[in-house]
Design a protein around this ligand. Structure first.
Ligand SMILES: Nc1ncnc2c1ncn2[C@@H]1O[C@H](COP(=O)(O)OP(=O)(O)OP(=O)(O)O)[C@@H](O)[C@H]1O
Ligand SMILES: [Mg+2]
Length: 326
């Protein structure tokens, strides 16, 4: 099986005045062509840093090691010039916080056309035509007129659609969408996810969807990867994550989804405590201080990511004796 993206042993550390922040630790994963991988985990778990490291968009304080093979080339060893040909062309990215990602002084159409002009040998008019076409594809009504409007004339949901149009304007093979719907209300969230899905079908996109919201990925992801404190803690096909949960952190995340997925009448649970400091991670399992299943061994021994079923990995010392967590 060849993967579109194959990441091995990714580590990202930040140099800070307080010491090294271990933001991403030994993260390995792969994404097959056409699939949707969801990366979930609470705030600070390393989701955005993983994506930004792959795009080589982290600042100089970041120390990155590992391998990231995309369409057969290593993203970490290519020159910046080669990387520029990949960014925005072969890999499209929707950044967290779309409100700041669109420039208020240029029209939405100009901003989408600009992305096309950087990567294609075409005229301004052709780029604008492409912008209108893309705006239509992501469901922006009346795109011929709206192409000349400024971001402030768009609603939040429409701006997010414009961001998607920009990310896919050069027909990338991979779209990395970092919290694409967080700032939106629930109905608009569903519409935006539907746009991503329909674009995925029409141009054959592979999607890496980053979100803290497991409810959002329930109907969308093929595979789910759960991160905690910079580590991958569980990964499997979507249904296995939901119905054959093996990692206590994933279980805790699932129990905190305020949605129709829960059984009516049951109390919504929160995860007590906070993630550990990434400056000097404690020994043992990083989730142990918050884990209802933790034993003395969990305080001392760092668990490895182990196979617990078909294409199913979990990082928990008690995986075999706890079995499926309900
Ligand atoms: N430039 C930086 N310098 C130091 N630490 C950083 C830097 N950028 C990120 N971090 C740290 O790396 C860790 C992972 O951050 P990241 O942005 O990947 O979290 P996230 O999972 O995307 O969270 P959220 O759901 O809030 O977006 C955090 O502890 C964060 O504080
Ligand atoms: Mg983030």
């Amino acid at each position: 099986m060849t993967f579109l993206l194959d990441v091995k042993g990714l580590n990202v550390r930040f140099r800070t005045e307080f010491g090294l922040v271990h933001a991403v630790n030994e993260v390995s994963f792969s994404v097959s062509k056409g699939e949707t991988l969801a990366v979930v985990g609470e705030s600070g778990s390393g989701k955005s840093v993983t994506a930004l490291a792959l795009m080589r968009l982290l600042d100089r304080t970041a120390l990155i090691d590992g391998e990231a093979s995309f369409e057969g080339v290593n993203l970490f060893t290519m020159s910046e010039k080669e990387m520029q040909k990949i960014r925005g062309a072969r890999i499209g990215m929707i950044f967290q916080d779309p409100m700041t990602a669109l420039n208020p002084v240029f029209t939405v159409g100009d901003q989408i056309a600009e992305v096309v002009l950087i990567h294609r040998d075409c005229t301004k008019q052709e780029a604008k035509t492409r912008a209108i076409e893309m705006m239509g594809l992501v469901g922006i009504p009346d795109s011929r007129r709206r192409v000349d409007q400024y971001p402030h004339e768009f609603s939040g949901g429409m701006r997010q659609r414009a961001m998607i149009a920009m990310a896919i304007a050069n027909s990338p093979s991979l779209l990395i969408a970092d919290e694409p719907t967080t700032a939106l209300d629930v109905t608009v969230q569903a519409q935006v996810m539907e746009v991503i899905r329909s674009v995925q079908e029409s141009i054959g996109l592979t999607v890496m969807l980053i979100t803290h919201d497991l409810g959002l990925v329930a109907g969308f992801a093929d595979r789910i990867q759960v991160m905690y404190a910079g580590q991958l803690v569980e990964t499997a096909e979507r249904d296995r994550i939901f119905y054959e949960t093996r990692n206590p952190y994933t279980r805790a995340l699932l129990d905190s989804i305020p949605s129709q997925l829960g059984v009516p009448g049951t109390e919504l649970k929160t995860i007590g405590g906070n993630p550990p400091s990434l400056l000097s991670p404690p020994p043992g399992c990083l989730f142990q201080p918050r884990c209802v299943h933790a034993t003395e061994d969990c305080r001392m021994t760092r668990p490895e990511l182990k196979s617990v079923g078909q294409n199913h990995l979990s990082r928990c010392l008690r995986s075999s004796d706890l079995g499926v967590l309900r």
